[in-house]
Design a protein around this ligand. Structure first.
Ligand SMILES: *[C@@H]1O[C@H](CO)[C@@H](O)[C@H](O)[C@H]1NC(C)=O
Ligand SMILES: *[C@@H]1O[C@H](CO)[C@@H](O)[C@H](O)[C@H]1NC(C)=O
Ligand SMILES: *[C@@H]1O[C@H](CO)[C@@H](O)[C@H](O)[C@H]1NC(C)=O
Length: 505
């Protein structure tokens, strides 16, 4: 019997009991918090111990801004050159104009590198040392010039005639490839940001309400403190008309850092009764932890957010039809979520309670996922040294999961710390894969069509020390020497964007 304690407690006044209870509560709370934070650091420690830490992210080219840390010298230099003391730019007003002899409009916005954005005259005396892959490789067809720091993303417009790039020199550039992918002096539009541009893609925002606008783009920027900003612009081909900001989310991820941006939709779909309707686009960002957020591009309204619960995100991709979101993560499974739309096609949300489909079959972390241009396939590359093509035309509503259509063994290209980090699939079924520092092209075949074959390899496409940060196929082939040729764009840490023709199979 523990009567003494009970007796003592019973004799206490009401106020003392309340105080005792509060103290006990605070104590329990502190213990729980301590245990939780200890578990978290223990998990991180085990994570690092097993070799899953930052090395892998560095190999994947995923960028980390350290909170409170200093930016690299080149970045602070480019920032001071912008001459506005780090103040938030108003991108529309400050944007550079398009036109053959590019003239930046914004006072105090011109950077040193500006004059090199568009070569005014193809001068023969000014010879730049070209690097080997560019000069010698028969698949290399063009270099988009003017970037003064690492290029994080490159994306084609729907008809392939325009390319947008996001660069660590705090600038988004729009290149108009008049005359096709081999165009030597594309007209260039520069859009300055107040921070590193980490993503940029086309999302046809302007289709309905402004016939003068030629395209819509969504731009992602990340500040030195890791804050992600998302801005939507309408851009115009008319000379001198600056891009117009449609919406601007200054803290799109509530202080978190987004590591990938993807846009899908904007095309036509079938409405009620089979009438063609426009399917408004959505934009998706994956955070450097496990969060994913989705916005309706027309309105800028955030329509959904979910957590992958898979340790660590790699990239998030939206299908071309704007209806599916796939996220590659630190685990071997890729989950696919559905965008919920109204009967008129408007994006309403994300079915975030559970993933609609799971791609099961890899044996190790999936480093990258992309949808095929027709949105019925997905392609993945994994640390298990395989590429897999998945059939998404399944009855997921009754629990059927996508099957592997083709699995390509990449191990002959891996080894010695080389693993596949990026993949992009063309409409004709050519997969471009970054493996270590090589760009390797495979013709992917499945079923009766036979086995997949390696078509070509480009070693060090951006030079020996450089990382390819992004690659993307043009959805529309380009006319080159009378042929319709699929074109791949690669963006590198070497301040270059290169265009490559698909190898002949
Ligand atoms: C950033 O760099 C500057 C100069 O290089 C230095 O004075 C400053 O203390 C650094 N700040 C941090 C947070 O490291
Ligand atoms: C591609 O589309 C843009 C508008 O987005 C248009 O200005 C351009 O003429 C088109 N180019 C071709 C080759 O169709
Ligand atoms: C994809 O899966 C569906 C459903 O299982 C099947 O009907 C279809 O034939 C598959 N497509 C291919 C190319 O195997």
């Amino acid at each position: 019997m523990n009567a003494p304690v009970g007796d003592t407690f019973a004799t206490l006044s009401m106020e003392s009991k309340v105080v005792l209870f509060s103290l006990a509560f605070v104590w329990v709370y502190l213990v729980i918090t301590a245990v939780l934070s200890w578990t978290k650091s223990a998990a991180r420690w085990i994570y690092d111990l097993l070799g899953f830490g930052l090395d892998e992210e560095e190999m994947l080219g995923i960028k980390h801004h350290k909170k409170g840390g200093n930016r690299s010298k080149s970045k602070s230099k480019s920032k001071s050159k912008s001459g506005n003391g780090g103040k938030v730019n108003k991108p529309a007003g400050d944007a550079a104009s398009s036109g053959p002899s590019e003239t930046p409009l914004g006072v105090g916005q011109q950077r040193e590198g500006a004059s090199s954005v568009v070569p005014k005259k193809p001068s023969k005396t000014h010879k730049k040392p070209q690097h080997a892959a560019e000069k010698n490789h028969p698949l290399h067809i063009n270099t988009l010039k003017g970037h003064t720091d690492a290029v994080n993303m490159v994306s084609f417009s729907g008809n392939g005639s325009t390319v947008v790039t996001a660069c660590d020199d705090a600038t988004v550039r729009v290149f108009r490839l008049d005359g096709g992918a081999t165009c030597r002096a594309p007209r260039t539009l520069r859009i300055p940001l107040d921070r590193d541009a980490t993503g940029a893609c086309f999302a046809n925002v302007a289709a309905l309400d402004d016939p003068a606008a030629t395209d819509g783009i969504v731009v992602m920027g990340t500040s030195g403190l890791g804050e992600t900003r998302l801005v939507s612009f309408a851009i115009y081909d008319a000379a001198g008309k600056p891009p117009e900001v449609r919406w601007d989310k200054k803290s799109a991820m509530d202080g978190k850092t987004a590591i990938s941006l993807s846009c899908g939709g904007g095309g036509e779909g079938l409405g009620v009764g089979g009438a063609p309707i426009r399917i408004p686009p959505v934009a998706v960002c994956s955070s450097d932890s496990t969060g994913v957020r989705v916005w309706a591009v027309d309105s800028g309204v955030e329509i959904g957010r979910f957590d992958t619960l898979q340790f660590k995100n790699h990239n998030a991709a939206v299908s071309m039809d704007g209806n599916m979101i796939a996220v590659s993560t630190f685990t071997s499974e890729v989950k696919i979520w559905l965008v919920l739309r109204s009967r008129q096609g408007a994006p309403m949300g994300v079915d975030s309670k559970r993933a609609a489909m799971t791609l099961k079959g890899h044996r190790s972390a999936v480093n990258w996922v992309q949808f095929s241009p027709c949105s019925t396939r997905a392609v993945t590359v994994s640390k298990d040294k395989t590429l897999k093509l998945w059939n998404l035309s399944v009855r997921y509503d009754v629990g059927e999961d996508p099957k592997v259509l083709a699995s390509v063994d990449l191990s002959d290209e891996c080894g010695a710390g080389r693993m596949p980090t990026r993949v992009a699939l063309s409409a004709a079924g050519v997969a471009a894969v970054m493996i270590g520092n090589s760009l390797v092209f495979y013709k992917i075949s499945h079923g009766l069509a036979g086995t997949s074959v390696k078509l070509a390899r480009v070693d060090a496409p951006h030079g020996s020390g450089a990382v390819v940060k992004w690659m993307e196929w043009s959805q529309t082939p380009h006319a080159i020497d009378g042929d319709a040729v699929e074109v791949l764009a690669t963006a590198g840490s070497d301040k270059r964007v290169s265009l490559w023709r698909s190898p002949r199979s």
